[in-house]
Design a protein around this ligand. Structure first.
Ligand code: NAD
Length: 480
């Protein structure tokens, strides 16, 4: 027998221990070749004063095995506790979140019987970098970071996933009609990567209408890839409208490590009663088996589970008079799946994973070096002592070399010169200083300009350099 794959397991809180016990019993009965290291995470650890919810010894196990099967945890009430999931994702570089959202019609109620969508969400960037600032009394800022390597990794992962799982189409959701640079980059990289996969269809939707279509006709979608925030929201929507939020599993994949879990929480009110549905965690474990190259075991488990659902053996959360045959508890459900190992569903579509189906992606070539030229600076001010015209005339007297005030905006809307009196202004102003006709300026001139702004009695709260990359502006135009 080949050597066992070590995996780290956490039983979690609430219903976690029961559904983990059921899940492990099923996959071991199916022949999973794994060696389990158990760690403690969650509520008890938080309450011992460890703000990440995880002991250092638990990290050692994860660093060793690099495969984590995690039951849900309870985050204690009150502030000061860090999200364990966010910590693990960042520490292990888990860039891809994969959530298959499948309808099990007619055995589980759904308005969308044909739904079979996989949401692939970028997991590390976007507004989740956690870079937030309060800049003035009135204004707070959260930085949205979209990077070329980050976008390329997740998009390439989506296409590789589609190829390996015989999916026909990858759809991209973005909002690049508004966020032309950040979402624009994601869209551009999508088109570049899509061109390398001519066997797979591709399309892009603006996220608002795309989300509406997903909620209305999800059967039109196959694999959908999106930046972090849209993916966070829409993967829950998709799981819910599949009719099976309690049935969905989730994989968090990195190039060096991966974590698998159910999408639901620890349901503390259901804990210890042998009623919880272990299916979400079990389907997470199926993805884990595929990830560690035991696709044959994953196939056996998944098909036996589908047959159990099809035979109407249901836990309370999906039990329905007239559709279900038998209402069972967590343990009995696991027994029913184990009894069906080796069987395939007759109505629901059977699955078939290859023995080894591991997806690995690395960004290909680093972006070519572009000519980067400094042409100006946006100076942000905290100021509440007058009208936009007062600010404009005071700052017009401040200049440095070719750098002179060209335009002022407030919340992105131009207010000087020729602003509209109706425009509402906060205490947060963006003052754009540039040379004429795209002439270059030096970093030294930018620094000196900041000094002159301070000498003139203003408080700069931050600045953003304005660059041209191969002659193309690396900054948004000011509307108004
Ligand atoms: P929840 O998902 O735990 O439960 C919501 C409801 O869904 C429950 O009352 C229960 O009726 C039902 N439910 C959920 N899973 C079920 C299952 N497997 N079988 C049967 N019924 C099930 O959401 P919540 O009540 O908002 O959160 C409870 C705790 O879980 C909180 O502390 C929250 O922070 C935590 N949480 C953890 C994770 C995670 O560890 N990944 C995710 C979400 C929430």
């Amino acid at each position: 027998m080949s050597t066992k794959t070590p995996i780290t397991v956490a039983y979690g809180d609430g219903i976690g221990p029961e559904i983990m016990e059921a899940t492990l019993r099923i996959i071991e009965a199916a022949g999973a070749n794994i060696e389990i290291e158990t760690i403690e995470i969650g509520e008890k650890v938080y309450l011992r004063g460890i703000e990440t919810g995880m002991e250092p010894s638990a990290w050692e196990s994860l660093e060793r095995t690099r495969v984590f099967l995690k039951a849900p945890i309870t985050t204690p009430q009150g502030g000061g506790y860090k999200s364990l999931n966010v910590t693990i994702r960042k520490a292990l570089g888990l860039f891809a979140n994969v959530r298959p959202c499948v309808a099990y019609h007619p055995y589980v109620y759904t308005k969308h019987p044909g739904m079979d969508v996989v949401i692939i969400r970028e997991n590390e960037e976007d507004l989740y970098a956690g870079i937030e600032h309060r800049q003035t009394e009135q204004v707070y800022q959260c930085l949205k970071l979209i990077t070329r390597p980050g976008s390329e990794k997740i998009i390439r992962y989506a296409f590789e996933y589609a190829r390996v799982h015989n999916r026909k189409k990858v759809t991209c959701f973005v909002k690049d009609n508004i966020m032309k640079m950040t979402d624009g980059l994601f869209h551009k990289v999508f088109e570049e990567v899509a061109a390398e996969y001519p066997d797979i269809q591709n399309e892009t939707w603006i996220v608002d209408i795309g989300a509406a279509k997903l909620a209305d006709t999800p059967e039109q979608f196959d694999v959908i890839v999106m930046p972090n925030l849209y993916g966070d929201v829409l993967s829950d929507v998709a799981a819910q409208i599949a009719g099976s939020v309690g049935l969905a599993g989730s994989a968090n994949i990195g190039s060096q490590a991966a974590m698998f879990e159910a999408i639901h929480g620890s349901a503390p009110r259901r804990a210890g009663q042998n009623v919880a549905n272990p299916s979400g965690l079990l389907l997470g474990a199926v993805m884990m088996l595929v990830h560690i190259g035991q696709g044959d075991v994953a196939t056996r488990v998944h098909n036996a589970w589908l047959k159990t659902i099809e035979d109407g053996i249901h836990t309370y959360d999906i039990y329905k008079e007239g559709v279900s045959q038998r209402k069972v508890g967590t343990r009995e459900f696991a027994d029913a799946v184990i009894e069906r190992l080796g069987e395939v569903p007759q109505v629901l579509k059977p699955v078939s994973y290859q023995a080894s189906q591991v997806i690995r992606v690395e960004p290909k070539t680093p972006a070519r070096k572009q000519e980067k030229r400094l042409v100006g600076v946006d100076v942000f001010l905290d100021w509440d002592r007058g009208s936009p015209n007062d600010l404009g005339s005071a700052l017009s007297r401040v200049s440095e070399g070719p750098l002179a005030l060209r335009v002022i905006s407030n919340r992105g809307v131009k207010v000087w010169p020729d602003g509209l009196p109706e425009t509402f202004c906060t205490d947060h102003w963006r003052c754009r200083f540039m040379a004429q006709d795209g002439e270059s300026v030096t970093p030294d001139q930018v620094v000196k300009l900041m000094g002159r702004v301070v000498e003139a009695g203003f408080e700069p709260i931050k600045s953003e350099n304005l660059y041209l990359f191969d002659g193309v502006p690396g900054f948004s135009a000011i509307h108004g």
